[in-house]
Write a protein that binds this ligand. Structure first.
Ligand code: HEC
Ligand code: HEC
Ligand code: HEC
Ligand code: HEC
Ligand code: HEC
Ligand code: HEC
Ligand code: HEC
Length: 269
């Protein structure tokens, strides 16, 4: 029996499709190359320096720090580490600096950079972060009281702790130090479920308390205002006419218990 599938494409149109496909593929290749160049540029931009030391490559670190080396395969930054020449300065040493003196000394302290003590090596690739930590309201990272590593895990898994889909885990990062906001509250503010970063810029902000907005806009992105036919302004069904000019939503006499309240459904206190 002679069975031919319906709508069998003609030879001609197949050829056209292949040509189109190969144009698309070469375009994608260019894009991929362009992206990886960006990454490489950032990587070789300014590797940290240690006087007298040279890069030895991540394998030699593994001989003594085997646990970290094993975990590192899952780390966000491991993707920066290609094979060959790049591996020397894009692996462990991209954050810790060239390791030859440290290795030769058998791991003496002070022979290698520990970013816990200074965020400088992170700033070399994340230039914009230096600026964020110089804003008027920041976590005290530059003064060394808080380190990038308190909120970011450089060696294992997602570097944004609890990043991706799990906001609960990223709040846990904040709760390590900010127990007051943890509750449990009788009337929790459901905004917290969306994560602390729905209101706070964790690195820094021009606004007090590192808020992402300094006025009612902070709240209005989730709570809509309605105007009634009589010109009243309603928020959450309650009359707010005139209140919005009286100060911030979280000011005295208003929603002071913005993270959650033990006594008041409207988060007043
Ligand atoms: C010969 C074994 C050995 C090798 C190889 C080695 N280390 Fe170490 N490393 C140590 C020891 C021992 C310590 C000190 C631990 C302590 O005193 O608590 C240490 C400490 C460190 C510290 C903390 C330093 C501080 O001042 O707080 C870092 C960071 C570090 N190593 C990174 C690396 C990196 C990156 C490599 C690869 C380039 C590497 N190590 C290779 C043995 C080694
Ligand atoms: C993305 C940057 C980055 C990379 C890449 C990196 N580290 Fe680290 N490392 C850090 C930071 C940040 C700390 C300090 C953590 C903290 O604040 O507690 C640290 C601390 C350390 C310490 C000291 C641990 C301690 O408990 O005092 C060692 C040892 C170490 N790293 C080894 C390595 C090895 C080995 C590799 C490669 C497999 C590596 N690191 C790759 C950023 C990095
Ligand atoms: C050698 C350059 C380099 C150094 C040094 C470096 N980073 Fe990165 N980092 C990158 C690049 C490139 C990416 C993007 C990689 C990716 O998306 O997988 C990245 C990604 C990140 C991310 C995740 C960004 C995202 O959107 O998912 C965080 C957080 C981060 N780095 C923090 C740090 C911290 C903290 C340090 C210092 C301990 C540090 N980095 C040191 C180059 C670097
Ligand atoms: C108080 C906690 C905290 C500290 C300290 C901190 N970060 Fe972050 N960082 C975060 C959180 C939370 C996010 C995710 C932000 C989001 O999801 O909106 C983040 C995101 C990032 C990102 C990726 C997104 C972006 O904003 O570009 C980079 C890169 C980064 N941090 C680098 C750093 C560096 C470098 C340091 C130290 C100089 C540092 N962080 C210190 C909490 C912190
Ligand atoms: C390692 C401890 C630590 C972690 C983790 C931490 N913080 Fe902080 N936070 C501090 C310190 C220290 C201050 C400064 C307190 C001061 O100046 O009195 C601060 C200040 C703040 C402030 C501003 C207070 C003010 O008076 O301006 C806010 C808001 C804040 N943190 C939010 C967060 C959020 C959101 C996270 C999680 C992404 C977080 N913190 C994670 C230690 C931490
Ligand atoms: C709905 C917005 C919102 C969310 C979400 C939010 N905050 Fe806040 N937070 C505020 C406001 C507004 C203030 C300022 C309150 C004031 O000045 O009285 C504040 C203040 C703070 C302060 C300073 C407290 C003080 O007494 O000075 C800390 C610390 C803080 N928040 C931590 C967190 C943490 C941790 C989370 C996540 C669990 C979080 N916030 C989530 C709005 C929010
Ligand atoms: C990320 C979204 C988000 C942000 C930002 C936010 N909220 Fe909420 N808020 C909610 C959700 C969700 C609820 C629970 C559902 C509801 O009542 O609308 C809630 C409930 C409330 C309630 C309780 C309403 C009641 O009577 O039960 C008050 C009061 C409140 N928010 C005030 C604020 C204030 C003040 C701000 C600004 C500092 C703010 N919210 C910012 C999401 C948010």
């Amino acid at each position: 029996m002679n069975v031919s599938p319906p709508n069998h494409p003609s030879r001609e149109s197949l050829g056209r499709r292949r040509r189109r496909l190969s144009v698309l593929l070469s375009f994608l290749t260019i894009v991929v190359i362009a992206i990886s160049c960006v990454t490489v540029d950032r990587t070789v931009m300014a590797p940290p320096q240690i006087p007298g030391a040279t890069f030895v490559g991540a394998e030699s670190c593994a001989t003594c720090h085997d646990e970290i080396a094993k975990d590192f395969k899952t780390a966000s930054h491991a993707r920066l580490m290609a094979k060959g020449e790049n591996a020397a300065n894009a692996g462990c040493e991209s954050c810790h600096g060239p390791g030859s003196l440290h290795v030769e000394s058998g791991g003496k302290r002070g022979t290698i950079i520990n970013p816990r003590k200074s965020p400088e090596t992170c700033f070399q690739c994340h230039l914009d972060k230096r600026g964020e930590f110089n804003l008027p309201h920041t976590h005290p990272v530059l003064s060394g009281k808080v380190s990038c590593g308190d909120c970011h895990n450089p060696h294992k898994g997602d570097i944004i702790k609890g990043g991706g889909t799990s906001t609960t885990a990223s709040e846990e990062t904040c709760f390590q130090c900010h127990t007051m906001q943890k509750g449990p509250f009788v009337f929790p503010h459901e905004a917290i479920r969306e994560g602390c970063t729905s209101c706070h810029a964790p690195h820094g902000s021009v606004n007090q308390k590192m808020l992402i907005e300094r006025n009612a806009n902070l709240c209005l992105k989730c709570h809509f205002q309605q105007q009634t036919a009589y010109g009243q302004i309603l928020i959450g069904g309650s009359n707010h006419s005139g209140r919005l000019n009286a100060g911030t939503c979280w000011g005295a006499g208003c929603h002071e218990a913005v993270h959650g309240s033990q006594v008041n459904t409207s988060l007043r206190f």
